[in-house]
Design a protein around this ligand. Structure first.
Ligand SMILES: [Mg+2]
Length: 189
């Protein structure tokens, strides 16, 4: 059983990065958003993303929430955790490179490098065929959670700038780990 963490919306403040890049207070005030997102291709944008901090104001100060998530996940999973993130559409190689660089610079690389998964098909990692145990995904996108659970995994929908850490994420994760560890595979006859 491996606990996978999504990057954008969970560890990396994607929209905060957009606001910094375009000098706006809120990303929703950007005109032609589709075009602007396409402009991210072939840039180091993913390397510039801020982490989540207690204070989301212009100073972006305070304790690192992203770091707290990593620390908790590392402890509760006994180091069996990874990253499961999607590349930018149409910019797979380049965005994957800068995402990896970001993780290295923040010291957020998982203990096993093969647990850094950059894929548009996260659900392929929902299930461990050798141990026959479900893996866990923490992700802000409902569609990713839906596909993950449909493929046999355990999903926790979580968005760092909206949901509570101690009262929601950590509680749900403890429950999910218990479920995964005690999961009994039954052959379909
Ligand atoms: Mg995300």
């Amino acid at each position: 059983m491996t606990v996978y963490l999504d990057m954008d919306g969970v560890l990396a403040d994607f929209f905060g990065g957009i606001e910094i890049k375009y000098g706006v207070d809120h990303w929703k005030s950007i005109q032609d958003r589709e075009i602007k997102f396409k402009e991210l291709a072939n840039t180091n944008f993913f390397h510039t993303l801020p982490i989540f901090r207690e204070d989301r104001g212009p100073r972006r100060a305070g304790a690192s929430i992203s770091c707290e998530i990593i620390r908790f996940v590392n402890k509760i999973s006994d180091g069996d955790w990874g990253i499961c993130t999607s590349p930018l559409r149409g910019d797979t190689m380049n965005s994957a490179y800068w995402k990896r660089r970001w993780l290295e610079d923040k010291h957020y690389m998982p203990p096993l490098v093969e647990n850094l998964i950059i894929t548009s098909n996260k659900h392929k990692y929902a299930w461990n065929a050798i141990t026959r145990k479900p893996n866990i995904l923490i992700d802000d996108k409902p569609d990713n959670i839906k596909r993950w659970t449909e493929a046999g995994g355990i999903g926790i929908r979580f968005q760092t700038n909206e949901d509570d850490l101690e009262e929601y994420l950590f509680v749900e994760l403890e429950k999910a780990i218990e479920r995964a560890r005690t999961f009994e595979f039954k052959n379909k006859v």
